[in-house]
Design a protein around this ligand. Structure first.
Ligand SMILES: *[C@@H]1O[C@H](CO)[C@@H](O)[C@H](O)[C@H]1NC(C)=O
Ligand SMILES: *[C@@H]1O[C@H](CO)[C@@H](O)[C@H](O)[C@H]1NC(C)=O
Ligand SMILES: *[C@@H]1O[C@H](CO)[C@@H](O)[C@H](O)[C@H]1NC(C)=O
Ligand SMILES: *[C@@H]1O[C@H](CO)[C@@H](O)[C@H](O)[C@H]1NC(C)=O
Ligand SMILES: *[C@@H]1O[C@H](CO)[C@@H](O)[C@H](O)[C@H]1NC(C)=O
Length: 948
């Protein structure tokens, strides 16, 4: 609808221009003798030309030679009879900068005493001010300097142009100190100041309100920030008002709905808040209202209800939170109704069938529920229908079948279900975009169905299409966007399919049971191809070098990766995101990365790759994320990796890398957010350079052979200390499955994708580190998980540990820590997993709801006393409070037993997770959660059976 509004505005402008009759020089000219043109005016134009920069020589007809009639020069319009120049059309109609005029404007124009029309728009007078002598060209009725890059303050002298009807000063570089001068333009009908900086013009409203003839006022994008009160509304002639994209940050003023003859009201993106004011008089002239992109709340405004002439209403992207009122369905001239992205609820009434003129209807992104009324099928003019992202249910299909004019239909992300047959589509001959993913329809068609439409976009993700491949796709030769993810297709991809895909920009067949080999992927340049989570076998396919994203993860591709990466080396690859993880790929990581220079994310995890990380990986200077975990890689990391300075995520866990942790990692990879070197053979000290990684949120060095102490400088890892949300590069939003990171917390490996940026964790467990835990470590206030277990740490637990208030999981088990548990730990209110077992800790466990609610196993293998341990501290003369397990006379066993029951009773899901956590507390190993599930479930089962 925005487009249609623009068209209307444009039309209004064109019409008004057309009323000023003119004829352009070239057309009126029988170039003859004597010349029509006045010599003084000819000289004035030649002087004007001299100062003008004209790189494209557009004024080649403006020549000094005698006898050349300036009335026939390009852009010049003379009066037929008097020969005076009336109009100068010097706008740049080409879209190219090179054909723009520039330079200076010579005051010789003042000699054109009869000039009433001057158009210099779309030129490039940057660094030039609007000449104030323009204010002396009092014959002007029409001045257009729009988009001409004039700079600085608009001269007040323009206010002397008392004959002006039309003034266009659209500009990104002009400003005003006030608009008082406008009041001199008493005949003005059209004023367009879009993009001019009016932030200082607090008088903008009073001044324009006094222009008695004003028909069109455009002050969009003008940095206006207040709507001063208006005691009396004048604006008697105003037809078009556009104040879009200013930041008023207030209630919508009442006067905008009180302008008697207003036809078009555009207030999009104005930061208006609160409800729309109610009004008392009937404004019946309005045809178009656009209030989109504000923060308007409350009911859909009943002020609109008598505006029965409305043809376009856009209230999208606000916070309206009512049901759809019945009166809306009586605005039966509406052609365009956009209510998207609000919080509208309730159901659609069957009166919707009254809106017979409706062509564009957008309800997307609300909370409307229930069925779609059958009467919607009466809207026979409907071209675009978007009801995506609501809670509609039912079948709906019998309604769609009637909408013969539909080209764009988006019903994605609702709860529609039921069977859809080919009959349902038989009238939809014009359909081009069918977006219906996120519903549970079942498509029943015969193998030989010939759909009546030619689609450009088709998204049916989560429909039931399978198990057979949809053969009717063969008829759809115009597709640019195809998504059939999770549709239960269990087949091979027919070879003809790849004849259809050469123009596909988006192809998603992921999460099906597709099998067989793929020889060749075909797709349009810069496209996204996601075939992940299927059962493809054989070698990796040949892919176009121009792909943007390729996901072939979670399948059974096998064989060496050499050809995929190293064939056709001379063709530079455009690929930016590549996910080949979770396959059966073998061979060395090839040394051909020089032709993959645009890679930003590379995921090869969970394959059988061997060998070293090749030197040429250092060519990937835009690489942001590198996932090589769980392969059979070995050797030292090449120094060339330090060239990949954009790296944000490095996951090399579960390989056999040796040597010390490279110093350059801390020095060069300063953007690192995640560093995972878990389960390798790294040895030696943790280099203090790691402390330079200011953005590091996840550091996992567990299960290596690291020795030495924890660097004291760890407190410089400022992202781990920073409690605010962190900034992550947006590329990770594109396909989060590429960007999953495994974080071990609470003894469980968790795969984090979308929430990765909120996780802050450090794991140094299972190494040979020694020395004291530095008190400085407690400066890392934002850590949610800290695991130092299975090392040789000595000394006391840092006394300020309790300041790390975000900690949910803390594991210091299997060290040689001594002394008492610091009392500050009672402040750790989020702590749900604690393991201090098998140290030399002594004394009473400090009392807090949190610590005492933990499992006793958290504390075993120490000399501790007090709850939750069954050992009281009476030896110190303290009488322990009675505890639940004592009352029942049960021991540790029983407690655990009971605890299992309780947690399972809470509901399997919650219980499952708690149990899972507790089972893994003392396990020195951990593997991918998904692989663990079955085993753990079995274990729980056994445990329960044993105790019952
Ligand atoms: C309304 O316009 C008239 C005519 O220009 C003017 O005299 C009067 O002051 C204006 N009223 C207000 C409130 O601006
Ligand atoms: C407003 O318009 C409606 C319908 O056109 C009419 O019935 C009503 O009387 C009008 N109200 C006022 C206050 O003019
Ligand atoms: C709309 O019209 C009804 C009568 O049809 C009238 O009672 C009401 O006041 C009008 N509302 C507005 C805002 O003009
Ligand atoms: C649709 O959802 C509503 C709840 O919003 C429910 O009462 C109704 O039974 C559902 N209808 C169908 C056909 O599923
Ligand atoms: C298609 O249009 C015809 C004629 O208007 C109508 O009778 C038929 O019911 C429509 N088909 C569907 C599936 O709605």
């Amino acid at each position: 609808m925005e487009r249609s509004m623009r068209v209307v505005l444009l039309l209004i402008r064109v019409l008004t221009i057309a009323t000023i009759t003119f004829s352009i020089g070239l057309c009126n000219g029988i170039p003859g003798w004597p010349p029509l043109c006045k010599e003084s005016e000819r000289q004035a134009l030649l002087m004007f030309k001299q100062d003008l920069e004209d790189p494209a020589n557009r004024l080649s007809s403006w020549v000094a030679e005698e006898g050349s009639d300036c009335c026939s020069w390009i852009g010049v319009v003379c009066d037929h009879i008097t020969g005076h120049i009336h109009e100068l059309h010097l706008n740049n109609s080409e879209p190219y900068l090179e054909s723009s005029f520039g330079g200076k404007i010579n005051p010789s124009l003042l000699s054109l005493k009869h000039l009433n029309y001057l158009d210099l728009s779309n030129n490039d007078f940057w660094t030039t001010r609007i000449p104030s002598f323009f204010g002396s060209m009092t014959s002007l009725t029409h001045l257009n300097l729009g988009y001409s890059s004039f700079e600085g303050v608009i001269p007040h002298k323009l206010g002397n142009l008392s004959s002006l009807l039309y003034l266009n000063l659209i500009s990104y570089s002009l400003k005003v100190d006030n608009l008082q001068w406008i009041s001199g333009l008493s005949l003005l009908k059209h004023l367009d100041l879009s993009h001019v900086d009016l932030s200082k013009a607090s008088d903008w409203l009073q001044v324009t309100n006094m222009l008695p003839s004003l028909v069109e006022l455009d002050m969009s994008n003008c940095q206006l920030h207040q709507t001063p009160p208006l005691p009396t509304i004048n604006f008697t002639s105003l037809v078009v008002l556009d104040l879009s994209d200013n930041s008023f940050n207030s209630l919508m003023p009442r006067w905008v709905f009180s302008i008697k003859n207003l036809v078009s009201l555009r207030l999009t993106g104005c930061d208006f808040r609160g409800p729309i004011p109610s009004i008392s008089q009937n404004i019946t002239s309005l045809r178009e209202i656009d209030l989109s992109y504000n923060y308007i709340t409350g009911q859909l405004p009943s002020s609109i209800q008598n505006m029965t002439g409305l043809t376009a209403l856009n209230l999208g992207w606000n916070n309206f939170n009512s049901t759809i009122p019945e009166w809306l369905y009586s605005l039966n001239n509406l052609k365009s109704l956009l209510l998207s992205r609000n919080a509208l609820r309730g159901e659609i009434s069957s009166s919707i069938g009254n809106l017979k003129s409706l062509r564009h209807f957008d309800l997307s992104g609300n909370s409307i529920s229930g069925p779609i009324p059958i009467s919607l099928g009466n809207l026979s003019s409907l071209v675009e229908l978007d009801i995506s992202g609501n809670q509609f249910n039912g079948t709906f299909i019998e309604v769609i079948g009637k909408l013969k004019m539909l080209t764009d239909l988006d019903i994605s992300y609702n709860s529609f279900e039921g069977e859809v047959s080919k009959v349902s589509f038989s009238n939809l001959t014009k359909l081009k975009h069918f977006i219906a993913n996120g519903n549970s329809f079942t498509l029943k068609t015969s193998r030989d169905w010939l759909p009546p439409f030619q689609l450009e976009s088709l998204r049916l993700d989560s429909w039931h299409l399978g198990p057979e491949w949809p053969m009717w796709l063969q008829t759809q030769t115009q597709l640019t966007d195809l998504s059939l993810s999770g549709t239960g297709i269990s087949s091979t991809i027919p070879t003809w399919f790849w004849n259809l895909t050469f123009q596909l920009g988006y192809l998603n067949l992921s999460h099906n049971q597709l099998y067989g080999e793929i020889q060749n992927i075909v797709a349009a340049p810069v496209s996204v191809v996601d075939l992940g989570s299927n059962q493809f076998t054989g070698a990796l396919p040949i892919v176009p070098t121009s792909l943007y994203l390729l996901d072939l993860s979670n399948s059974s591709f096998s064989g060496s990766v050499f050809h995929f990466f190293c064939d056709r080396l001379e063709e530079p690859k455009q690929l930016s995101i590549l996910h080949l993880g979770n396959n059966l790929l073998t061979g060395k990581v090839p040394d051909c990365w020089m032709s993959w220079q645009y890679l930003r994310a590379l995921n090869l995890e969970n394959n059988h790759l061997t060998g070293n990380v090749p030197m040429s990986l250092g060519y990937l200077q835009t690489l942001g994320s590198l996932h090589l975990r769980n392969n059979h890689l070995y050797g030292e990391l090449p120094n060339s990796l330090q060239n990949c300075t954009m790296l944000s995520v490095v996951d090399l866990g579960g390989n056999g890398f040796v040597g010390s942790i490279p110093i350059w990692m801390g020095k060069s990879l300063s953007s690192l957010n995640v560093l995972n070197l878990r389960s390798n053979e790294f040895e030696g000290d943790i280099p203090s350079e790691i402390c330079c990684l200011k953005s590091l949120q996840i550091l996992d060095l567990a299960h290596n052979k690291l020795s030495g102490t924890i660097p004291k400088c760890f407190h410089n890892l400022s992202a781990m200390a920073d409690l605010s949300e962190s900034f992550w590069p947006t590329m990770f939003m594109i396909n989060s499955s590429v960007e999953a990171s495994i974080v071990v917390t609470k003894g469980i490996e968790m795969e984090y994708t979308k929430i990765l940026k909120f996780v802050k964790s450090m794991d140094l467990s299972c190494n040979f580190m020694h020395g004291e835990i530095p008190e400085e470590l407690t400066d890392l206030l934002a850590l949610q998980s800290l695991n130092l277990s299975n090392n040789c740490f000595t000394g006391r637990i840092p006394s300020k540990l309790g300041t790390m208030a975000r900690l949910e999981s803390l594991d210091f088990s299997m060290n040689q820590l001594d002394g008492e548990i610091p009392p500050s730990m009672t402040n750790l209110t989020f702590l749900s997993h604690l393991n201090l077992s098998y140290n030399n800790l002594t004394g009473r466990i400090p009392e807090s709801t949190q610590l005492q609610s933990l499992d006793p196993s958290s504390f075993v293998g120490n000399e501790l006393c007090g709850a939750p341990l069954n050992k009281n501290c009476s030896a110190n003369g303290v009488i322990p409070p009675p505890t639940v397990e004592q009352d029942r006379g049960g021991g540790y066993r029983l407690l655990e037993d009971e605890w299992f029951y309780v947690s399972l009773g809470v509901g399997f899901f919650t219980g499952f997770w708690i149990v899972l956590g507790s089972l893994l507390v003392n396990m020195p190993w951990s593997i991918l959660l998904s692989q663990l599930l079955n085993r753990i479930v079995l274990k729980i089962y056994h445990v329960i059976v044993e105790y019952v």
